[in-house]
Design a protein around this ligand. Structure first.
Ligand code: OGA
Ligand code: MN
Length: 220
C-alpha cells in the first residue's frame, strides 16, 4: 500500500504523540478529499441507517440512554467513502505497527450522529484485561462549528494530573471538520458534552487479534 508524504508526516506526528502522551489531537488533518467524501456520504445517508447505540453486552436500553443518546451506523466497504476511510485507517494501522510495534490487527468503526441535546457520558472504550481495543480514533465532519454548538470531546488525562494545577488533566477538543483524535483505549476516560446542533463523527478502534486477546467483544 502506498500513501502520500502528507500522510507520512501526519502518521509520524500521531506516533510521536502516542509515545509521549498516549493521545494525539490533529486539528483539520484528515486529507480533504477523504473528509469531503465522508461528509457527502453521511449527508446523503438516510436516517433509518442510524440506530441507537448500545453499550457493551446486552444492557438495558433505558440504562444506555443515561449514558449515551447518539445514533450510529457501522462503516463497511460497500461505499466509495467507506472504502476510502477503511483504506486510510489501514495505512495508519500499518504505520503505527511498523513504528511502535503495537500489533494492531483489525479495525472497526461507525459514524455517530448526535442531534441537538445528545451526549455520551464519561466512559472508556476498553477495560484492561476485558477487551482487545487498543487504540481509539475519532474524526469529525462538522463545518463551521462554534463554541455555542457545544458537543466538545473531553479527554481526562488522569495520569499526568498535577494536583496543584486545576484542570491540568482535562483536554477539550472542538469537533471541527477533519480533526483527528487518537488515544490508547484503556487509558483515557472521555465524554461528549451535549451538542447544540447536529454533530457527526466517526469513532473507530484498532484491535489485537481476537485469538491473542482471547475475548470476542461484540461491537458497541
Ligand atoms: C465513542 C466516542 C467521541 C466523539 O463513540 O466511543 O467516544 O467525539 N466518541 O464522538
Ligand atoms: Mn468513546
Amino acid at each position: 500500500m502506498t500513501h502520500s508524504d502528507d500522510d507520512n508526516a501526519l502518521f509520524e506526528s500521531i506516533a510521536n504523540d502516542i509515545v509521549e502522551k498516549g493521545y494525539s489531537i490533529s486539528p483539520c488533518a484528515l486529507p480533504d478529499e477523504l473528509s469531503n467524501l465522508l461528509l457527502q456520504y453521511i449527508t446523503e445517508l438516510p436516517d433509518e441507517n442510524f440506530k441507537r447505540a448500545g453499550i457493551g453486552r446486552a444492557k438495558e436500553h433505558s440504562i444506555n440512554e443515561l449514558i449515551r443518546t447518539d445514533e450510529i451506523s457501522w462503516i463497511t466497504s460497500n461505499s466509495e467513502a467507506g472504502c476510502a476511510w477503511i483504506k486510510w485507517s489501514q495505512s495508519l494501522q500499518a504505520y503505527l505497527n511498523r513504528r511502535l510495534f503495537l500489533g494492531l490487527f483489525s479495525f472497526e468503526s461507525h459514524f455517530s450522529h448526535y442531534a441537538n441535546g445528545d451526549f455520551y457520558k464519561k466512559h472508556k472504550d476498553a477495560f484492561i484485561g476485558e477487551g482487545n481495543r487498543v487504540l481509539s480514533v475519532v474524526v469529525y465532519l462538522n463545518q463551521d462549528w462554534t463554541a455555542a454548538d457545544g458537543g466538545e470531546l473531553v479527554i481526562y488525562d488522569d495520569k499526568s494530573a498535577d494536583s496543584s494545577i486545576v484542570d491540568n488533566s482535562i483536554i477539550t477538543v472542538t469537533p471541527n471538520f477533519g480533526t483527528i483524535v487518537v488515544f490508547l483505549s484503556e487509558e483515557f476516560p472521555h465524554e461528549v458534552l451535549p451538542a447544540r446542533r447536529d454533530r457527526y463523527s466517526i469513532a473507530g478502534w484498532f484491535r489485537l487479534n481476537n485469538s491473542i486477546a482471547n475475548n470476542i467483544d461484540p461491537p458497541s
